[in-house]
Write a protein that binds this ligand. Structure first.
Ligand code: MLT
Length: 401
């Protein structure tokens, strides 16, 4: 009989957002008459922009004609999209070679897939709280995980601890779930720490398009030296409404090398290319044309209008926290608002309380790590109308009279 990977025994029984969805559907079955507003999973609600949809239509038409039909595409992505992504990086002052850009079906997949490149004996440094995919995918491979604490005391922006050695470091900024965003000086320290430790930073920039403060970095490559120690993952999911359309990109600079136990060097760019050619057949042509349109002048304006609308919702949520005197972070350069659970509740109890009493769904902080036990996340991705309604319900539930 085939034996299973026993590391799966170490995982929580279900993935965080599957557990949230399960509890919501049980509630809906029990109370079909109740209206439920979802501010839980970070799933967008605004439709794709016009420029994007038109590009998809044109590409679909091409696929229907013998002269323009395309079969397998390059595993790394079409050059037209890689060039558009390089242009986006140029707008932050970062020059990339297109061979360093790999088009993907999203940052979630690739932050997990990248673990294929690293031996099991590496020590992995992961902030707590953080997006659960980093912990789960390394647990599946039984790597040693060391946690660094994100707490209210450090504004949920943990900094390197030089007494700890790490080989692989995950950073998500703007952060999921806390919405906190590292500044240049803080990222400088992380890059210095990685270089001192010969470590690789796996930098998740999926929320970079929400950064509105011009002093904050959008990419780790804005920090000198990062090109020789950092891999970056980004996604169009939140930037341009691609959660269901699926397209992202991973940057693996040619300057990064890794070593084997006996000291042989390999280029991570070559290894990633090898891995992708073996396991991935690329993102569909129609989707890549749609993604290319996101970087056109019209596409950029449409994407900006979407982020502006979501950030208006973020303000509605953070204003509610201010008015109720609840401690929170995020909501400024991020679509997430992370707040301390009222009444000293733990986050799963507060999840049930909020759902049952107000019909509002959020995400319990405990799902992002033990430092989230008493914290809770709301997203700004629902409509303005629903966000206003959810916050009215929230206020009436929590107002002190
Ligand atoms: C979240 O809610 O944390 C995100 O939607 C998860 C994801 O992007 O996979």
């Amino acid at each position: 009989m085939a034996r299973f990977n026993e590391n799966f025994l170490e995982l929580k029984e279900s993935y965080l957002f599957s557990e949230v969805a399960k509890r919501v559907s049980t509630f809906k079955e029990k109370h079909p008459e109740r209206s439920v507003i979802r501010l839980g999973i970070g799933d967008v609600t605004l439709p794709l922009g016009k420029a994007v949809v038109e590009a998809m239509h044109r590409a679909a038409d091409e696929m229907g004609k013998a002269e323009t039909f395309r079969g397998y595409g390059p595993e790394q992505g079409y050059d037209f999209l890689r060039k558009a992504i390089a242009g986006h990086y140029r707008s932050f002052g970062v020059e990339l070679d297109i061979d360093e850009i790999f088009v993907s079906d999203g940052a979630k997949s690739d932050t997990g897939n990248i673990t294929d490149l690293f031996g099991r004996d590496n020590t992995v440094l992961i902030p707590d709280p953080v997006y659960p995919v980093y912990v789960d995918t390394n647990t599946m491979n039984s790597r040693n995980i060391v946690y660094i604490n994100g707490t209210a005391e450090n504004d949920f922006l943990p900094m390197p601890d030089r007494s700890i050695h790490a080989d692989i470091i995950y950073i998500c900024s703007p952060n999921n779930p806390t919405g906190a965003c590292y500044n240049r000086a803080q990222l400088r320290e992380w890059v210095d720490y990685a270089l001192e430790n010969d470590a690789v930073i796996l930098f998740d920039s999926a929320y970079e398009s929400f950064v509105s403060d011009s002093s904050l970095p959008h990419s780790i490559y804005e920090i000198e030296g990062a090109e020789s120690c950092a891999v970056e993952f980004c996604s169009l999911s939140k930037t341009a409404g691609f959660t269901g359309t699926r397209c992202g990109y991973t940057i693996v600079p040619k300057a990064i090398t890794s070593v084997s136990a006996d000291g042989r060097e390999m280029s991570l760019n070559k290894m990633w290319n090898r891995r992708q050619c073996t396991k991935f057949n690329g993102v569909p042509y129609v989707i890549q044309r749609a993604a290319e349109a996101v970087f056109s002048e019209e596409g950029k304006e449409e994407a900006k209008a979407m982020t502006d609308a979501y950030m208006q919702n973020a303000r509605i949520i953070s204003d509610t926290m201010e008015r109720l005197g609840i401690r929170y972070t995020g909501g400024i350069n991020s679509p997430y608002i992370w707040f301390e659970c009222p009444f000293g509740m733990n986050s799963w109890d507060f999840f049930d309380f909020l759902l049952e009493k107000a019909g509002v769904v959020g995400t319990p902080g405990a799902g992002f790590g033990s430092n989230g036990d008493n914290w809770f996340r709301l997203t700004a991705f629902n409509s303005k109308e629903n966000t206003v309604e959810a916050m009215e319900r929230f206020r009436s539930l929590l107002k002190k009279d």
